[in-house]
Design a protein around this ligand. Structure first.
Ligand code: F6R
Length: 243
């Protein structure tokens, strides 16, 4: 696991964008795994700027980590909506090659099976962008999620519902479940970049990097990944002792 510490959120986002850009320039048909939430917004802004300056996404395939279960793609709080608003509408990606689990599919098991099959058919994910929850979750794999898990319907932890209430009018509106790639699906990605900023992520980062590898702290599994980089700001790094 490599750790890169950036001065602040803006620098974190630029360092991450540099990495995505350099990989994309070498591999125009990149299969890119994407996350939502607040953390990658700066990265997406940077990528949009770089697209305006000529960076080409026309051959890229994308797979998002997760989607709220029960929200249709046109719901303003859905991750479909988020991705359109913050990235896809502003770059020249072929929308037919963008994939996000469909939270409106009544058959969640089949939806997840199909999703895993699509990732496989694309040859696997070359580069996966991750955020991290305050409780150490990655994707919506909450503490206790099995390391052997593939995509599935998961229950959101109470603290995740609270943390994500800011995207909804009322806390009661936050869905209680999500479709998420599993830990095993994430570990199969060839390269992983985890982004984190802010003091509220410092505990989770310290445990993920320096704590025991345990299902109680899902991101700790990344210690076992052969090509994983954490790009984090100083506030998120403040509880690391070994750097
Ligand atoms: C989002 C996702 C989540 C978030 C995490 C951090 O697709 O998979 O694991 O990355 O909840 O969210 P923010 O960035 O909003 O703090």
């Amino acid at each position: 696991m490599h750790i890169k510490i950036a001065k602040d959120y803006m620098e974190m986002s630029k360092v991450a964008a540099d990495l995505v850009e350099s990989i994309l320039r070498k591999r125009p048909g990149l299969v890119l795994g994407l996350a939502t939430g607040s953390t990658p917004l700066g990265l997406y802004k940077e990528l949009v700027q770089r697209h305006k300056a000529g960076l080409d996404f026309s051959k890229v395939t994308t797979f998002n980590l997760d989607e709220y279960y029960g929200l249709s793609p046109d719901h303003p709080a859905s991750y479909h909506y988020y991705m359109g608003e913050h990235l896809f509408e502003h770059i020249n990606v072929d929308r037919a090659r963008t994939h996000i689990p469909n939270g409106a599919n009544a058959d969640a098991v089949q939806e997840c099976k199909n999703y895993e099959a699509k990732i496989k058919a694309a040859g696997g994910i070359d580069l996966q962008i991750l955020g991290i929850g305050n409780n150490g979750h990655i994707g919506f794999n909450e503490p206790g999620a099995p390391f052997g898990g593939t995509a599935g319907l998961v229950d959101l932890a109470e603290e995740t519902i609270e943390a994500n209430a800011r995207f909804f009018e009322r806390q009661e509106d936050v869905p209680r479940q999500a479709l998420s790639m599993g830990i095993k699906s994430i570990m199969q990605c060839a390269q992983i970049v985890l982004l984190a900023n802010g003091a509220n992520k410092a505990d989770a980062i310290a445990k993920a990097v320096e704590g025991p590898v345990t299902e109680a702290l899902p991101a700790s599994v990344l210690q076992l990944h052969p090509n994983c980089t954490f790009i984090i700001d100083e506030a998120a790094a403040q509880k690391l002792t070994g750097v």
